[in-house]
Design a protein around this ligand. Structure first.
Ligand SMILES: Nc1ncnc2c1ncn2[C@@H]1O[C@H](COP(=O)(O)OP(=O)(O)OP(=O)(O)O)[C@@H](O)[C@H]1O
Length: 317
C-alpha cells in the first residue's frame, strides 16, 4: 500500500479552510482535482505531516528551529505535565469512537466512485483494531474519516463526543491535534533531527510546555526501546528503529487514539513484530486505542478485532 504521507492524501482541502463547515466545497474541490488526475499528487491537499509542518513553517525551518533551541533553558510555565502521565478516566465499555452508516464517494472522470458503502464500527478504549482488505477496498479512506481528515457524504462519526461528520475543519483539527496520533508506513521523521529532537518537535507542535519536554521525550523513547539511541538521526537507525521513533513521536502528546496506515509494510517480519510488541505495550502504558491497516496475516494475530473490508463494506462485523 502506498503510505498516507507520500501519496495517500490524508487531506484537508483548502476549500474547507475557507469555509470549514461546508462539506459541499470539500467535495467540489476533491472532484475537480480528481478529474484532472490526481488526488495523489495534489498540491492543494495537505497531508497530516504537511499540516503539522505548516504550524512551524517549512521542514527546514522547523528543523533549524529545533537545532537552535535544543540547548535553550526550560522557561515555559508549567505544567500540563500531569495530563501527559496521569491515568485516564474512562469507561471501557463505552466506545471511544463510533462510525454509523458512513458512506463516501468521489467523482472521478465525471463518474461517481462509491468507496465506502455503509460502514458501521466502534472502537473501544485500549483496543488494538486492524482493518484488512484488498488494495482499493477503502481502508485509508475510512482511516481518513476516523482521523477527522475527511468527512463522509452520509452517516455519523462520533469521536470522544465530537461529531466529526458535522464539525468544521478547524474544530476537527483542534481535536485531532490533542487526541489523535498518526503513524505512516514511511516513518515521516525529520531527517536532520535526532530521535530525541523529533519527539521534542511533536511536543512543541502540540503546545506542550517546554518544561515538560525532557521528561516526556525520555519516557516516550524509553517506551519504544530507544533510550540508548536517542541522539541518532534517522539515517543512523534501522527501519524498525525509525518506525519506533515515529511511534514515540506520535504518542508524545498522549493521544487517546493512534491511527496507523500499514505501519509494518516496509519492515521485515522481525522488525514488524517489534513494532507490534511496542503497540501492545503502549496500549497498556499510555492507555491508547490503536486502529491500523495491514495486509500481513501474522500481524493480525495480535489484534483484538479485525475488520475485513471488501469493496467498501465490512464483511465480518
Ligand atoms: N480523493 C479521492 N478521489 C478519488 N478517488 C479516491 C480518493 N480517495 C480514494 N479514492 C479511491 O478510493 C478507492 C479506495 O482507496 P483507499 O486508498 O481507501 O484504498 P485502500 O484500501 O487503502 O487501498 P490500499 O491498500 O492500496 O492503500 C480507490 O479506488 C481510490 O482510488
Amino acid at each position: 500500500m502506498m503510505g498516507w504521507l507520500r501519496s495517500k492524501s490524508i487531506t484537508r482541502s483548502t476549500a474547507a479552510k475557507r469555509d470549514p463547515d461546508s462539506k459541499a466545497q470539500v467535495s467540489t474541490e476533491v472532484i475537480s482535482e480528481s478529474e484532472t488526475d490526481g488526488m495523489k499528487q495534489n498540491q492543494s491537499k495537505v497531508s497530516e505531516q504537511d499540516d503539522l509542518r505548516g504550524s512551524l513553517g517549512e521542514t527546514e525551518a522547523a528543523e533549524s528551529s529545533m537545532l537552535i533551541d535544543k540547548n535553550a533553558s526550560e522557561t515555559s510555565a508549567s505544567s500540563s505535565g500531569d495530563s501527559l502521565f496521569a491515568p485516564r478516566q474512562f469507561d471501557e465499555t463505552k466506545p471511544l469512537l463510533t462510525v454509523t452508516g458512513v458512506e463516501r464517494s468521489f467523482s472521478v472522470g465525471g463518474r461517481q466512485l462509491d468507496v465506502l458503502k455503509g460502514i458501521d464500527m466502534a472502537l473501544f478504549p485500549m483496543q488494538l483494531v486492524m482493518l484488512k482488505g484488498r488494495s482499493g477496498s477503502g481502508k485509508t479512506t475510512l482511516l481518513n474519516m476516523i482521523g477527522g481528515l475527511d468527512q463522509p457524504n452520509k452517516g455519523e462519526i462520533i469521536f470522544m463526543g465530537h461529531p466529526f461528520h458535522q464539525s468544521g475543519d478547524d474544530q476537527r483539527t483542534l481535536v485531532r491535534r490533542k487526541e489523535i496520533g498518526f503513524i505512516f508506513q514511511s516513518f515521516a521523521l525529520m531527517p536532520l533531527l535526532s530521535a530525541w529532537e523529533n519527539v521534542e518537535l511533536a511536543l512543541r507542535m502540540a503546545n506542550v510546555p517546554r518544561s515538560e519536554w525532557k521528561k516526556r521525550t525520555a519516557h516516550c523513547l524509553d517506551l519504544v526501546g530507544l533510550g540508548k539511541r536517542m541522539h541518532h538521526r534517522p539515517f543512523e537507525l534501522s527501519g524498525g528503529e525509525q518506525q519506533r521513533v515515529a511511534i514515540a513521536k506520535a504518542i508524545a502528546h498522549r493521544p487517546s487514539l493512534l491511527l496507523a496506515d500499514e505501519p509494518t509494510a516496509e519492515l521485515d517480519s522481525q522488525m514488524g513484530a517489534q513494532v507490534m510488541a511496542v503497540f501492545r505495550d503502549i496500549i497498556q502504558t499510555e492507555q491508547v486505542t490503536i486502529c491500523m491497516t495491514t495486509h500481513d496475516p501474522t500481524i493480525m494475530e495480535v489484534a483484538d478485532h479485525v475488520f475485513e473490508m471488501v469493496d467498501g463494506k465490512f464483511i465480518n462485523t
